[in-house]
Write a protein that binds this ligand. Sequence first.
Ligand SMILES: *[C@@H]1O[C@H](CO)[C@@H](O)[C@H](O)[C@H]1NC(C)=O
Ligand SMILES: *[C@@H]1O[C@H](CO)[C@@H](O)[C@H](O)[C@H]1NC(C)=O
Ligand SMILES: *[C@@H]1O[C@H](CO)[C@@H](O)[C@H](O)[C@H]1NC(C)=O
Ligand SMILES: *[C@@H]1O[C@H](CO)[C@@H](O)[C@H](O)[C@H]1NC(C)=O
Ligand SMILES: *[C@@H]1O[C@H](CO)[C@@H](O)[C@H](O)[C@H]1NC(C)=O
Ligand SMILES: *[C@@H]1O[C@H](CO)[C@@H](O)[C@H](O)[C@H]1NC(C)=O
Length: 897
Amino acid sequence: MSRGVLFCLGLWTVFCCSVESCVLRSVRVQVPEQLQAGTEVSKVNLRGCVVRELKTSDPDFFVRSDGTILTSHVTTVTARGRLFWVWVYDERGDVMKVDVSLTSRAEEPRRRSAGSAVLRRTKRRWSPLPFSITENENPPFPKEIDVIGSDSSVNYTVYYRIVGPGVTAHPVGVFSVDTRTGMLKVNKAVDREEFPQFVFTAHVYDVMTKKETDLPLPVTVIVKDVNDNAPEFTAPLVFTVEEQCIPDTVVGKVNATDKDEPNTPRTLIRYSLMNGTDLFFINSFNGVIKAKTSNLDRETKDKHYVSIMIKDMGGTAEGRSSTQTAVITVTDINDNPPTFREPLLKARVQENQADKLILRIPVDDKDAEGTPNWKAVFVIAKGNENGSFKIETDPKTNEGLLYVIKPLDHEKGEVVKLEIVAQNEAPLTGTTLSWVSVPVEITVGDEDEGPEFSPSIIQFRVKENVPNGTLIGTYTAKDPETKSSKGIKYYKISDPANWISLSESSGELRTANTVDRESDYVSNSMYNITVKAVDESRKTGTGTVMIFIEDVNDNMPRITEPSRVVCETGGTQGYTVVTADDPDLTPYSKPFTFELGEGADGKWRLKEDTSSSMLLEPAVDLPIGEYKVPLIVKDLQGFGEEQMVTVRVCECVTEEKKGEGVCKAQRHSASLGVWAVLAILLAFLLALLLCLLLMFVCSTAREKLYIDDGTGGMLLKSNTEAPGDEVKEGALLLTPASAVDITTKGSAMEQQFGTGPAAATAGQQTLQGSASMFQNVSKDFMTTETHNMTDYYASGRYGTGVYGDMYAKYSSLSTFDTWKTNEIYLDKKLDFFGEEEDDRFAVDLLRVHGYEGEGSLAGSVGCCSNLSDQDNLDFLNSLGPKFKTLAEVCMNRRGEE
Ligand SMILES: *[C@@H]1O[C@H](CO)[C@@H](O)[C@H](O)[C@H]1NC(C)=O
Ligand SMILES: *[C@@H]1O[C@H](CO)[C@@H](O)[C@H](O)[C@H]1NC(C)=O
Ligand SMILES: *[C@@H]1O[C@H](CO)[C@@H](O)[C@H](O)[C@H]1NC(C)=O
Ligand SMILES: *[C@@H]1O[C@H](CO)[C@@H](O)[C@H](O)[C@H]1NC(C)=O
Ligand SMILES: *[C@@H]1O[C@H](CO)[C@@H](O)[C@H](O)[C@H]1NC(C)=O
Ligand SMILES: *[C@@H]1O[C@H](CO)[C@@H](O)[C@H](O)[C@H]1NC(C)=O
């Protein structure tokens, strides 16, 4: 306050002083007609004025800072004189004007007096000076101004007339002239603000001739200003200022004008504040309003009406003034935090409920409604560590909306305590207050829930292969309300391998079957079951049991592929890789030890390969063929047994990988099945044929052949004569490969066939030539064959085929040498081959038959096919007895005949 008073006092002092001392008066001087450059003309009295700058309106003159007026260059001052202004700029930027009027010294200025003086002046024809009147003069009118006189009045009797604005043009009739004397008069008050000056023309005429005696004279009448206008506000006074702004914050600027002559005291406006000075002050020179204190509070008063006065004449008593009320609106800042209406908030929510609005929290905020200073933002400061709650703001009511978003558990806490802080969208400013918080107590309602396993996933261990009924563990559930397991029953939901039994009442888990770690139900030694608990009110809960099955050494290493092939290439025999596997884990598994078992007979040897495999190779040069190699494979614990590896030594088709070959011969194996059937068929047909032959013989040449005693006796004889002897040596072990060997002797064999020492020949001999048909068939057969060893066999079987289809599978003719005596042996063999339908031996043999059947077979069979009235080959399986029957029939028929 005291500061404000001081300020006002200071202001007043400056005001008064400046008004009193700095009064500028207009300058009038007489000067010579001709002025040299730099001539001192006059001086403006600047005493008491604080001058910043001085300027002249006439470039012929300049002003020094002390007010001295000088000529800039050679200057002439005519009889009319010169009128210009000196502008005085003060410190505050205000401008004052000083009139400077220079008159030529040659002639004295003439004042409204002497007409005689006119006569004296010779060089001048008209009065020179501009005339001036004062605006808004008081009556009476007309008032005389001055005389306009022409020099021609010396020689003529003249009269004057004036024309132009203010006389004959708008505003008409302001001025008039006495025609005789030339006295100019003003007839009414003139407003400078409307007509600052008048320029009209004066004419002078001779009374006698009515002719102009002089040139027309332009007459200027300047209207002098008086302070007849009060300053005006140019705009409505509406200002805004932020609350709690610091002192000296600009509120706004009052703009004012004054119609009076600019740059004169009459337009020098001073501003003042009539009331409200405790909060605001105004710069009296420029009208800028500023805040005086920082106590402006929108929440207390948001609009201030202050009266502002403007006064001209520099604010002095004689000045004119205007007053207007300014409206200063205080704008809002966020200096009020939202506050809660209650010190503690309470809410209730049932457990296991989610996404539910549980509480509306009203708040108050004094700041301007709807602004970011008012809009509340809620934050849960404490108690929401588990993210169970969410809070939002109702945009309409500004209330906080508290939601439960995750189900709460009554058993984990009956009351949840939260702390909620209310904030604004805008940060707090201009206040020492901070955000307010409120405690919230949420009661969690209880609900009867199903039993719960704890933990929800449990892990147990058990060794595999433990006896049935071994306890694995106990997995129980509790009622969350009572914390008791009473009355809860347990059931399995899933137990994929059905290994576990679960006690309904106690939750004990026992093995119900042999637990096998190597089972497909187990992954990574883990076996999962899920169980459920059911309480008395039939509410359920589920749990998972992960059973870790410990390994025991219950598996021996097994050779994964016991059929191996050793390839012979270019006379050298390679090796094969024997791999074993053990599903147990270390240390019950790899590395394995491989040993040759007894019976390997030094023919084989092993070489190190990997921890689970060995290289097996012949130790000596082995003939092509198949070998059974006993191998003992043991795991790290020495657990293992002898296993057989079947190794074929053969020429390979390809050997994709070292030690992995495919035998050449096996290539045809797929088609040999067909050949086998055909061969069997052929054998049967031949048997039939033989039968027919027999019948034929029986009926036509009974004297030559008598087959009464023993069905095979005669045939046996022929077979003993069959070429069996020749192949006897290797016949029993004959393989297709060795058969090929014999083929090299093909031509010899062929020859043999041609001459007939083969089985066919034998048969022929036995049948004592009566089997010519047989021979023909045989010959047909042969001629269509490619003559190799297979034919040989074929012919051999041809002869023996009579005795049974299965016998036909034999390649070894030598076997037939003793077939009669070794019937038991043959039966055994037959059984053996009968069992092993796809056996390689059978295949190899059948391949021989296959070749037989090629080409000519159809023809050969064709002749006999009408004898076999059906294609059913089933009887081939029991041909032996049938043949007997056939023979009997045959015999009977013979008997009948
Ligand atoms: C008046 O007349 C006289 C004589 O004729 C002449 O010398 C003089 O210049 C005239 N004066 C004017 C002002 O014309
Ligand atoms: C005063 O004049 C200034 C400049 O012309 C202007 O910016 C301001 O808004 C005016 N003040 C008022 C209250 O009209
Ligand atoms: C100042 O004066 C004006 C006009 O008389 C009035 O409307 C206003 O309320 C006054 N203000 C104060 C703060 O007294
Ligand atoms: C959060 O969850 C944990 C475990 O579920 C519980 O122990 C704790 O009490 C919970 N905290 C609150 C504040 O609810
Ligand atoms: C367990 O019982 C099952 C059948 O009930 C039986 O097959 C299995 O061998 C038994 N296992 C043991 C380790 O006793
Ligand atoms: C048993 O459960 C565990 C955990 O869920 C899982 O990683 C594993 O694969 C499951 N095992 C089986 C065999 O399903």
